[in-house]
Ligand binder design. Sequence first.
Ligand code: PEP
Length: 256
Amino acid sequence: MNKEVSRRTIVAGNWKMHGSRVANQELLQSLTALMTKDNLSTEVLVFPPSLYLDGVSKQLADSDIGFGAQNLSEQAKGAFTGEVSASMLKDLNCGHVLVGHSERRSLYNESSKLVAEKYKAALEGGLIPVLCIGETLAEREAGQTMDIVFRQLDAVLDVVGTEGLSQGIVAYEPVWAIGTGMTASPEQAQEVHHDIRSHLRELDEALAANMQILYGGSVNGQNATQLFAMSDIDGGLIGGASLKADEFFQICKAAG
Ligand code: PEP
């Protein structure tokens, strides 16, 4: 299936709470070596734990790989023990930040309202937010997938409007596919991506045409090509497979 509009693909690796200084260095060394051999047209990003961002920033200074944080505070600064602000991430040269990952929503009770505030804080701090949205298995089985996804998207639109949303990236990640090995089929994923784009089109034609919508949920070297061939899938947010340089690189190649 051909993409009608030329949106640049993105492959983003969410390292979650994995790694160490040595392991990160080795992973990035392998990845940068693989990437210099091939001329990839896709944008490649990594999201290490915040503690390691400074080291990653130094190591990636001369590379084409971008990086960002997995989370940020909705507050700009002040007495918020344990939190990290957008300006601090910017200070470490981060370009992007994940907001609303399903693990943050479910394990740390982040509401859609809070996720929207974080999205806004990211934009105000000069970062590109990657908004993660997706339904649980129970919600899918109850036929509520699009209700949930639209609700999560609309919460952000309510706070930053179409102009704000257009400055970020959306990642559709069905919760039942994250870390389970149970990926959505290319058709299942395409259906949701298509509906998200149609939802955006009702608000703004250009927003819908230009929005990069990534798929996430057990993407690996085997299934990436078929998923990324779908017309509304503009790349992927990769968890487990982003920790293995060879496989992550294979996924990047599948995206272009
Ligand atoms: C994720 O953490 O965003 C993710 C998609 O994980 P995995 O690829 O391991 O399912």
